[in-house]
Design a protein around this ligand. Sequence first.
Ligand code: ATP
Length: 682
Amino acid sequence: MPAPTPVPASAKSPGARERRPAADQRPSPYRHPHPHPYLCPHPSPYSFRTPPLIEGLPQVSHSETSHTFQVDLRGLVDLLSHHLYSSPRVYLRELLQNAVDALTARQALEPGAPGTITVRAGETLTVTDTGIGLSEADVHRFLATIGRSSKRTADGALDGAGLDAARGEFIGQFGIGLLACFVVADEITVLSRSAADPAAPTVEWRGHSDGRYTIRTLPSGTLPEPGTTVRLVPRADTAEWTTPERVVSLARHYGGLLRHEVTVVGPRGETHRVDEAPPWARTHRSPLAKREAYTAYCRELFDFTPLDTIELDLPAAGLRGVAYVLPTAVSPGRRAGHRVHLKGMLLTDQAPELLPEWAFFVRCVVDTTSLRPTASRESLYEDGALSAVRDALGDRIRDWLTGLAASDPALLHRFIDIHHLAVKALARHDDELLRIVLPWLPFETTDGNVTLEEFARTHPTLLVTRSVEEFRQVAPIAAAAGLGVVNGGYTYDRDLVHRLPEIRPGTSVTDLDPATVTAHLDAVDPSAELRAAAFLAVARETIGVHDCDVVLRDFQPVTAPALLLDNRDARHERTRSSLAAESDGLWADILGSLRNDTPRAQLVLNHLNPLVRQALTIGERGLAVTTAEALYGQALLLSRRPLRASESALLNRAFIGLLTHAMHHPATAGPGTDDSAPRKEL
Ligand SMILES: Nc1ncnc2c1ncn2[C@@H]1O[C@H](COP(=O)(O)OP(=O)(O)OP(=O)(O)O)[C@@H](O)[C@H]1O
């Protein structure tokens, strides 16, 4: 609270004593005769002292003078408003919180004492509570001393008679909260009557943002009941935060879950009750009514209809609340902000640290008694309690996921449909999550889009491709050959598929390479191979310049004329060697040193395909070259990978060649056709 100023009695008003600096002190508005952390008569750790003696150096005698820090209240308020608190609106939170703590303290002394908080918004703003109140000594001790709080003491001992039991229940602890009011007002008045000391007079304390304060005592009947009223005179430049409408919405925002009656009274006497029991604190007629109440609460708080609702209840942490499953996909990088209430008072609506990172698909609202706030009271203090709560809430959400698998697979599917990409991203790093969700995640396979669990039932060995294009190349052929191939080309998929055997013993996963596929393609009859030898020789010579071998096999589907087995490593190697050939000097050496023996690509011609069968009978060399290029080009297109310039040129050349041949040799079919044009035999 504001800086204390020792002041002598003033003639301002009867009973008023204004405190001013003593003559022997440096004139500072912040000096005060009462125990004060900044004006402590004891040597402070920050006092300037005689330097320690250093061996070997001549000893000089120093006279010791002790000083204490002075506090510049304006600087402190500036620090709080611009750097500690995110918005001026926190003034109301601090006032409500002090009122709640005062009610808690009074009810600890007098169980059954009235517990109401009334906020009046108009030209001035007042917050009245029926709490413990303050005596004159309390005012000096706590209200006028920054960093001093009746809710804890510096040495850890309990402070304040009879309040020991209630201490754990207080929300405040730092002794700076009331300063937040100086963010919106230059003057704060506190009128208080102590419940602890019935004979104590009413005290009026008036503090100014420049550090001055006055105290006067009034007859005890001035306030009919014990309690406190804090009054602010809002400043013009921050008036937007103290309008009646804003006050109602701020009171709802911060105080909606308070366990005391909180009412806001507008300038014309209209009243708004802002405290409202959350759905977990109410009884519901039926499970359906309960579900509806939870859903309505989510819409009101977060403005979405949840996919599902997970009740949270951790008695050991004094935590109750709910996690709402988001109905639309979100990026795992954008962790949801959770609403955290501390003993009913909203601490923050942006606390991602409440849940483990992987639980980004839910948004929570909780009320807890065990977590600690940081001094700004806008985020959670990272300590053992927070990490235990985080783990326990994570377990609860995992239980929900696993429970869903058994109780509501349709909902689990909807959940995975929405969040699978993000879930995959996180499952890679979270073994537990992986275990829960992997069997349920959809993957692109040669059996279509299925879960790994389904796929592994029919394919004990899963082959996984390294790229989408590899999958596109081999999927139809592998499927026809009965191989189970998973597209591992999408982000995270290959990593995840490789982890399936950990979760599903008996399943094996290997990377697919071209040799695996060719091994499943049937060799052709030797006599057929012999008949095709001439064409194959031309094709090998023509396509060989593209670092590609040509083989003839029988395979399904019959409709596929040719299959190009190529992989990224082989292509990189080809790119590297062509660059090396074009470069000289240093680059050629560097590129040469990167050489590796990756397998060449393979063009597998399908001997069962009618087009290939006809091509094998071509007797003219020119047409055989063009046909081989056309088959290679078609296989390239089927592989769906981007074509390089030389490959596009090859395709054009092949089509033009075929067209030209068709125009000049309309009847060309194979050896024995009777076209008249001269032609070169194979
Ligand atoms: N409405 C009130 N009723 C009774 N005492 C109050 C009231 N408001 C403030 N006080 C007294 O003033 C002291 C300082 O209040 P302040 O809000 O600055 O800090 P705090 O609530 O103790 O801690 P924090 O900085 O964490 O909020 C409190 O510890 C309490 O003793």
